[in-house]
Structures are given as C-alpha cells and as structure tokens.
Design a protein around this ligand. Structure first.
Ligand code: NAD
Length: 291
C-alpha cells in the first residue's frame, strides 16, 4: 500500500458515524489496486455537526469523490451543487462526485439493487414488485425500480415514523414516473398475500431479520410464497434469515443483500473513476455469495 501512494494519488472518502466497521474501504482499495488505478479510499468519522466543514474541506482538497452514510445521507444534499434525479426523488445521497469543482450527489443503493438482480439473470422491467419498507434502503429501491421501468410497486410498512415517508414516495412515483405505486399497512396480512400472489418479485427492505430483529420475518409463514416468486432480503447480517429460509423451503429463488451492497459500491466506483469495478474478482476476494 505505502508504495502505491504517490504525490499524484487522488483521495476518495467515506463520511459517516459510526464508520470504523465499514467494508467499503477494503472493497474500493482492493479494486483500485487490482486495476492499477491511482486512488485511495479512506473512512472519516463525520456526523451532522461536522458535515458542512467536511464538505468545505472536500472542495478545498479537490477530492475526487466520497461516499456518505448515516447520519449524513438525508442532510448532505444542501451542501452540494446538484443532485441526480434518483437522489432528488429519494431525498438522500450516498455518493458525491466532484467534476471540476461542481459537486453532484447521487444515490447508488437502488442502482446497486437493480444491478444485483441483472447479475443474477432476474429481469423485473415491466413487472410487478411487492416490497416491505419505507426507510433509506427501501425508498432507494422503490424510486430506482420505478425510474428503471418496473410496472407496479406495492409498498407495505407498519404505522411507525417511516409511514409518512412511504406516503411521499408513492406520491412521487405516481406523479414523476410511469410506474404505478400503492401503499398498504404491513399488519394487513390478507392484502400482503394478495399482492405477493400477483407479483413477480418480493423484497424485504426493512430491518426485520437483522439484529435486533433477528429471527423475525415480515412474512408470517411459508404459505405466502409460491415457487415462481423471486424473494430478496436486503438485510445481510445474518445472511440466512427466517424469511429466506421459508422462501427457499417453498421453492423460491432467493437473494440476500450482499449483491445490493457490492453493486452500490460498483456504481459509485464507476461514477468516480469511469471504470467498471472488477466484480468477479471482488466477489472472490470478499467471499460474496448472494444466492
Ligand atoms: P431505516 O431505519 O431507514 O428503515 C427501517 C425500516 O424498517 C422502516 O421501513 C421501518 O418501518 C422498518 N421496521 C423497523 N422495525 C420494524 C418492525 N419491528 N416491523 C416491521 N418493520 C419494521 O433502515 P435502512 O437503512 O432502510 O435499512 C433497512 C435494512 O436494510 C437494514 O437491515 C440494513 O442493514 C439493510 N441495508 C442493506 C443494504 C444493502 O446494501 N444490502 C443497504 C442499506 C441498508
């Protein structure tokens, strides 16, 4: 590594708090080294109180780009010059690109989700999706799916603090894309079954299944799954969730959230470097299996 860094090396950052657990630095630096690209990716502990200064520093240092994660994703847009259409619709940014001093905010989580499906030979364009969730991950998926041409999206969420966000997302999708979106209460299990039965793909975009909600599932039992339904869990720790186990037992093709994680990084990598991330190498090095 020390030999790789020179006076020409360009800096790409990650601004979030907490952040020391992140696998993004290992992923991007491995990809830069593998392709012989002269960039270094470093994580910086930045929260809302230091974000504005961090972006000023980013401009002053002429950094090439940065990732942004919680608690900064929904806040950073005000300090940037432009937003991509998806970032504007989501109200969130996870990637900043510096083009000659003009900072553009992008959201690559939804792009990553859609790309991970393609990588698994799953074509959702023109089809119906049922998805649980109204937080950061689910909203990014819902907006990108609508922008990319998914025909219909049924969103389910519980009546918590995220409900109003889901109302907004449905409104934006219906007004600004060709996709037809609707919102339902996740407690209405009959409606959930009905919507899943008429869908091509079912996505859990909530934190249910992941710590501290490990061992729980948004889908009550195996009867909700038919073998033709594609089932995707966005959480990836633990990799095997109760929901995916039930779906697999019902004969469904399933995916965990590692594909979305890998491809959101790949999309950011391409925005910064103009080069494709070496996906198969990264899967091998990071031991990523998402089926
Ligand atoms: P968030 O806090 O923004 O949203 C949480 C969502 O979970 C909301 O829809 C909320 O209503 C729902 N929820 C919480 N408790 C619930 C419960 N008891 N019953 C039903 N619904 C409940 O979180 P997020 O950032 O959107 O992350 C959601 C999950 O996706 C997490 O497990 C996260 O680790 C994972 N994630 C994965 C990726 C990836 O690349 N695969 C990216 C981002 C997030």
């Amino acid at each position: 590594m020390a030999e790789r860094i020179t006076g020409h090396t360009e800096l790409i950052g990650l601004m979030a708090y907490p952040i020391r657990h992140s696998s993004s630095p290992a992923m991007h630096n491995e990809a830069f080294a593998y392709l012989g690209l002269d960039y270094a990716y470093l994580a910086f502990e930045v929260d809302n109180s230091t974000l504005e200064d961090a972006i000023k520093g980013f401009r002053a240092l002429k950094m090439v780009g940065s990732n942004v994660s919680m608690p900064n994703k929904t806040v950073v847009g005000q300090y940037l010059d432009k937003l991509s259409p998806a970032a504007e619709l989501c109200g969130a940014v996870n990637t900043i690109v510096n083009e000659d001093g003009v900072l553009t905010g992008h959201i690559t989580d939804g792009i990553g989700f859609m790309q991970s499906l393609k990588d698994n030979d799953i074509d959702v364009i023109g089809k119906k999706m049922t998805i649980c969730g109204a937080g950061g991950a689910a909203t990014a998926i819902e907006i990108q799916a609508a922008l990319d041409g998914v025909k219909e999206i049924s969103i389910f969420n519980v009546h918590d603090k995220f409900w109003d966000n889901a109302v907004e997302t449905v409104k934006k999708i219906n007004e600004r894309t060709e996709c037809k979106a609707a919102l339902y209460d996740l407690d209405d299990k009959d409606k959930l079954k009905e919507e899943m039965d008429s869908s091509f793909i079912f996505v859990n975009g909530t934190g249910v299944g992941m710590k501290p909600l490990e061992g729980m599932s948004v889908v009550p039992d195996q009867s909700f799954f038919r073998p033709e339904l594609i089932v995707v869990d966005v959480p990836y720790a633990p990799l095997e969730t109760k929901m995916r186990t039930m779906a697999k037992e019902a004969g469904c093709k399933t995916m965990n959230g590692l594909g979305m994680m890998l491809f959101q990084g790949a999309a950011a990598f391409e925005l910064w470097t103009g080069k494709q991330m070496p996906i198969e190498h990264m899967k091998e090095v990071l031991n990523i299996k998402y089926e």
